[in-house]
Ligand binder design. Structure first.
Ligand SMILES: [Ca+2]
Ligand SMILES: [Ca+2]
Length: 213
C-alpha cells in the first residue's frame, strides 16, 4: 500500500511537471533554469511576504506559470536553516512567507530573497525576426517597441528578455559603433541624431529575445 501511494505521489509530481507552458521533459532533480532573485518585501510589517502572486504582479513575465523549485536566502546570503527563522510557507504554489508572529521571543524575520526554478524552455530565448521600421533621416532611428508593436501586431512577446541591435549595412552591433542610443527589451531601440557627435545616427535593425513557450 505504501509502495502504491509513493508511486501515485511520484506520478502526480511528474504529471504536474509536464503541464507547464512547454512540454519538454526534464529531470526533476536537476532544474537548471532559475529566475532572477526577488526581494519585494521586508519584515518590518507582519513579516517578509515574497508570495508568487505578489511577485508576479510586481515582475510580470519574470516567473514561469508553474515553477518546479524555490530557493530562499537572507539578503546576507544565509539559508533559512542558518538564519534560524520559523518559516510559514516556502513552496512553488504560494512562494515564500516568514511571519513575525511565528518567531520566538518577539524576534522579527530576517529579510529574504527568493528565486524559482522553471522548466528549461522558460529560460530558452527565441528570437523574433529583424525589424527595421525607421531610417535616421528624420530626428533619428526609432526602432522603439511601442511603434513596432503597433505596426506588427501579435508578433513580439509581451515581455521580451533581451534585444539585439545592429547596423543595417555592416551588421555591426550597436554597442560597437560608438554612437549614443537607448537599447533595452522594455523600450526597444532609439538613436537620436542630436545625441551624435557626427550629427547623424546610422541605420539600425533590431530583434527581440522572447521566452520560447
Ligand atoms: Ca524580502
Ligand atoms: Ca532603422
Amino acid at each position: 500500500m505504501i509502495q502504491m501511494l509513493s508511486v501515485a505521489f511520484v506520478a502526480g509530481l511528474f504529471f504536474e511537471s509536464s503541464q507547464p507552458e512547454c512540454l519538454t521533459q526534464f529531470p526533476l532533480s536537476k532544474p537548471e533554469c532559475w529566475t532572477d532573485w526577488f526581494d519585494r518585501d521586508d519584515p518590518s510589517g507582519t513579516g517578509d511576504w515574497e508570495t508568487l502572486s505578489d511577485l508576479r504582479k510586481e515582475y510580470p513575465g519574470k516567473i514561469c506559470s508553474k515553477p518546479v523549485g524555490v530557493e530562499t536566502r537572507t539578503l546576507s546570503g544565509l539559508t533559512v536553516a542558518a538564519a534560524g527563522d520559523v518559516i510559514y510557507v516556502s513552496d512553488t504554489t504560494t512562494g515564500f512567507v516568514c511571519r513575525n508572529q511565528d518567531q520566538p521571543r518577539n524576534k522579527m524575520c530576517n529579510d529574504y530573497r527568493v528565486r524559482f526554478s522553471c522548466p528549461p524552455c522558460f529560460c530558452k530565448v527565441c528570437w523574433t525576426k529583424w525589424y527595421n521600421r525607421d531610417a535616421p533621416s528624420g530626428t533619428g532611428d526609432w526602432e522603439n517597441l511601442i511603434n513596432l508593436r503597433t505596426e506588427n501586431p501579435g508578433q513580439i512577446c509581451d515581455h521580451p528578455l533581451s534585444i539585439e541591435a545592429v547596423t543595417t549595412d555592416t551588421l555591426t552591433p550597436a554597442i560597437s559603433t560608438g554612437q549614443t542610443f537607448i537599447s533595452n527589451p522594455t523600450d526597444g531601440f532609439v538613436c537620436r541624431n542630436t545625441d551624435q557627435k557626427s550629427g547623424a545616427c546610422r541605420d539600425y535593425k533590431v530583434r527581440f529575445g522572447c521566452p520560447c513557450n
